[in-house]
Design a binder for this molecule. Structure first.
Ligand code: ADE
Length: 264
């Protein structure tokens, strides 16, 4: 995977990406990170890249030309290395809200360009010229696109083959299959009056899987009821949910009815 970030704060990107899993993946050349400072493409001797907004109003707007030149520079590099024109993602709270499905789709790209804005925004004309998709990481406003780009690269990297030690963990994690992850425990068995659930010490793998499935169902229902609707239930899930007073009987009935109906 080749990441390209267009930013006014290159150190924020380089430093954060150098840690932990993304840092090791770069050393192993599974991830390539090219950070381009938009200021290097400023057209004036003061290295200024922003200006007052036409029509008035608070704040400054990033000028189109330095952004466009930075983008062209990245495209030239990618072309020289023999790869196709990269997809450009603009980090903005006005974009489509990032989901795990989007993350997995982006992970299939060979190159991704993250355009990070600052101040009151970027001149609309350059956005129209180069941006393929607008992406938001949630309904709140940050001071710039760097943290969203980092969030995206972190989430996408987990799906790049070889980045996680254990290839299965990206797919068994929270959100895959709409279920939250079950609780995890490590040593000691007893910690401040609290014990590890005995089934996890039993070595009985079938029972452990069953316990984990049940606790994933419980967590999803209590913490993210909005995700519960999308879960693919089994008959065994329904049988167990009936033994748990937290699950309303009507709800389990509806789930069971749906299970009986053949899928269209
Ligand atoms: N820039 C500022 N806020 C943002 C957000 N929530 N998502 C993506 N980019 C942003």
């Amino acid at each position: 995977m080749h990441y390209h970030v267009l930013t006014l704060f290159p150190d924020m990107i380089t430093q954060t990406m150098s840690h932990s899993i993304t840092g090791r993946a770069q050393q192993k050349e599974l991830l390539h990170l090219q950070v381009t400072d938009i200021r290097d493409f400023s057209q004036n001797k003061y290295h200024k890249v922003d200006d007052y907004p036409y029509g008035g109003g608070a704040g400054m707007v990033m000028e189109p030309e330095p952004v466009f030149l930075a983008y062209e520079y990245v495209c030239q590099q990618v072309e020289q290395e023999g790869r196709k024109k990269p997809k450009v993602l603009f980090m903005t709270p006005q974009g489509k809200t990032l989901t795990q499905n989007m993350v997995e789709t982006y992970a299939k790209e060979e190159d991704l360009v993250f355009l990070c804005g600052h101040y009151e925004g970027i001149d609309e004309r350059v956005l129209e010229s180069i941006v393929d998709e607008n992406v938001s990481i949630g309904d709140y406003v940050l001071t710039g696109g760097e943290l969203p780009a980092l969030v995206m690269m972190d989430a996408i990297s987990r799906f790049v083959p070889g980045v996680l030690h254990n290839d299965v963990s990206a797919i068994t994690d929270t959100f895959t299959g709409s279920l939250l992850e079950y609780p995890q425990y490590t040593r000691p068995v007893q910690w401040r009056e609290k014990e590890v659930p005995p089934v996890l010490l039993s070595g009985h793998h079938q029972k452990i899987d069953q316990w984990r499935r049940q606790h994933s169902l419980l967590r999803t229902f209590t913490q993210r009821p909005d995700l519960f609707e999308k879960v693919e239930f089994t008959k065994a899930d329904c049988k167990w949910m009936r033994t748990q007073p937290v699950f309303p009987v009507d709800l389990v009935n509806t789930i069971e009815q749906k299970l009986k109906k053949p899928k269209e």
